[in-house]
Design a protein around this ligand. Structure first.
Ligand code: AMP
Length: 113
C-alpha cells in the first residue's frame, strides 16, 4: 500500500527503532509509548487489521505469535506483558495496517475496556 505509514516503515522509507526483523515481520518501538516497553509487531505485507486476516494470509500471524515471546524475552519482560490489537474505529485503531502492541515493564491496569 503506497500511502500506508507502516508499509513505509516496513520498507525503510520512514525510520523506526527496530527490535526484530525477518523476511515477513518487523517489530519496532512505539513512538508514543504507553508502558516502559511498548513495541509494535507488524507483518511486512499489508493487512488492514485483524478483520483482514484470512486462511490465505494467516501464516504470518502465526509467525508473529512465535516471534512475540522471543521479543518479550529479549526485552526482559519476565514478569509478563500484554499483547493487544485494536481493530477498527470502536477499538481506537489509528493506523490501518495490522499490528500487535507488546506492552510491559510495569504492572498494567486490569481494565479491558
Ligand atoms: P493503534 O492506535 O492501535 O492503531 O496503534 C497505532 C500505534 O502506532 C500508536 O500506539 C502510535 O503511537 C504508533 N505510531 C504511530 N506512528 C508511529 C511511528 N512513526 N513510529 C512508531 N510508532 C508509531
Amino acid at each position: 500500500m503506497s500511502n500506508c505509514l507502516f508499509c513505509k516503515i516496513a520498507a525503510g522509507e520512514i525510520p523506526s527503532t527496530k527490535v526484530y526483523e525477518d523476511d515477513s515481520v518487523l517489530a519496532f518501538r512505539d513512538i508514543a509509548p504507553q508502558a516502559p516497553t511498548h513495541i509494535l509487531v507488524i507483518p511486512k505485507a499489508h493487512i488492514p487489521s485483524v478483520d483482514g486476516i484470512t486462511a490465505e494470509n494467516s501464516a504470518v500471524v502465526a509467525h508473529i505469535f512465535a516471534v512475540i515471546p522471543q521479543i518479550a524475552a529479549a526485552e526482559g519482560l519476565k514478569n509478563g506483558y500484554r499483547v493487544v490489537s485494536n481493530c477498527g474505529e470502536h477499538a481506537g485503531q489509528t493506523v490501518p495496517h495490522l499490528h500487535f502492541h507488546i506492552l510491559g515493564g510495569r504492572q498494567l491496569a486490569l481494565e479491558m475496556a
